[in-house]
Design a protein around this ligand. Structure first.
Ligand code: OOG
Ligand code: NI
Length: 412
């Protein structure tokens, strides 16, 4: 009997989500096509273009974003993704960002070098920060909790199957198609009508709260291809008449080694959705929630390198002072202990596999008309990385430990 192991399931899961998202959001298909062109051109004309990942890996590479309401929903997501060899890495508290977003997040992804090389699919996963009184008063919190307690994001049979597959490290090929199909369907946009009054009430508090708790299901919020030259991508998308947000988030463009992560997006498009009003009538309407994003990845920074990054980004114009914070060669970055390289060899950068909280909050904000204002109350929610680990009964991996372990290896 032929068995598929977790990376093969992950590869199928990412590809099937991509097909679904392309059918749901046509502009995504354009973005993927332009990304593929840019990558091909870049790989053909730049020596060393594949130093941060082979053209094959980069072409298939995606990250997704989903949003859930409760710790129990987050725990179910953790169980489901474990079947694909994806584990929670890092804790992102976007409530501290400017502007604040009422969520706490982690990223589910593969953690071993060979698993990353085979398929690095990752999903940024946010949970509504309902216990934070700065965003939710007790009355609204109770009503949101009651709504969330009534919904079921995942069929319990799907989660049971995921647990078995995770424990076995894969499943029979005959089971795989059905499992992947059901997992993908859980993230499709639901045709169910949205309760207008409830959605609107939540929207007045927070657009993110409405997107998470205004519906009976979750959905892929975006799916992001990886590009080797994001400035060129930005130019080509703009030339096609697609309005991108006004900047590229993360480190500025410069001639030295690319570090961490650069991202940009186009604004959410109006999608047809059905609404149910208080008298039960169902009408057609639109929502602007889902958007297209693209990312370029660089070398992973050590804690010391990350401090430099944060300092540079605090400057009014980071591009102007970048060279004062970062040396212009991999050899110098490696020698100063600022970035990770396999076996310490500056020709073998360890790719940054995670996210950036300021960019993430910027991505949320750039695609919302407006969002929550935190009130001046004390935060007694207790949300921390340890809290999240306890809530989902799983270890939340420390990204620096993972990069340090990769850097011990000779090669990717
Ligand atoms: C997640 C935003 C974060 C990124 O690339 O930083 C993210 C969301 O909008 O749900 O995906
Ligand atoms: Ni994203």
């Amino acid at each position: 009997m032929k068995k598929l192991v977790s990376w093969q399931l992950r590869e199928r899961f990412a590809a099937a989500l991509s097909a679904m998202y392309g059918a749901e959001v046509p502009a995504y298909t354009t973005l993927v096509a332009v990304t593929t062109e840019v990558n091909r051109d870049y790989a053909a004309h730049r020596p060393g273009a594949e130093r941060l990942g082979s053209l094959d890996r980069v072409t298939a590479e995606r990250h997704g974003a989903i949003r859930v309401g409760t710790p129990a929903e987050l725990a179910a997501v953790a169980d489901l993704f474990a079947a694909f060899g994806m584990y929670p890495v890092g804790y992102y508290d976007l409530r501290d960002a400017d502007p604040p977003v009422p969520v706490v997040s982690t990223a589910f992804r593969p953690i071993d070098a060979d698993e990353l090389a085979r398929n690095p699919f990752r999903v940024f996963t946010s949970m509504l920060a309902l216990r934070d009184p700065r965003f939710f008063d007790p009355d609204l919190r109770r009503r949101v909790q009651a709504f969330l307690a009534r919904r079921q994001l995942f069929d319990p049979a799907l989660i049971d199957a995921a647990r078995v597959i995770a424990a076995d490290g894969g499943c029979a090929a005959s089971t795989a198609d059905d499992f992947v199909e059901r997992a993908v369907a859980a993230f499709a946009l639901s045709p169910e009508p949205i309760e207008r009054a409830w959605y609107d009430e939540l929207s007045r508090v927070s657009a993110v709260a409405a997107d998470i708790a205004g519906l009976g299901s979750t959905h892929l919020n975006h799916l992001t291809p990886r590009v080797l030259d994001i400035d060129e991508l930005y130019r080509r998308m703009s030339a096609r008449g697609i309005t991108m947000i006004d900047k590229i988030q993360g480190p500025p463009r410069w001639d030295g080694p690319a570090v961490l992560l650069r991202q940009t997006s186009f604004r959410a498009l109006a999608e047809p959705r059905r609404f149910r009003s208080a008298d039960g009538a169902v009408t057609e309407g639109t929502l602007r929630v889902r958007f297209g994003e693209v990312e370029a990845r660089g070398v992973a920074l050590t804690p010391a390198g990350r401090e430099r990054y944060d300092a540079a980004m605090r400057a009014p114009d980071p591009a102007r002072v970048w060279g004062q914070h970062f040396p212009s060669t991999d050899a110098a970055l490696a020698a100063a202990g600022l970035a990770y390289y396999y076996g310490g060899d500056p020709s073998k950068p360890v790719v940054y596999e995670d996210f950036l909280p300021a960019s993430a909050a910027g991505i949320f904000a750039s695609n919302l008309d407006r969002d929550a204002q935190a009130t001046d109350t004390a935060d007694d929610s207790g949300y921390t990385s340890d809290w999240m680990a306890g809530a989902i009964d799983r270890r939340i991996h420390d990204p620096y430990q993972l990069y340090a372990a990769l850097a011990q290896e000779k090669t990717a």
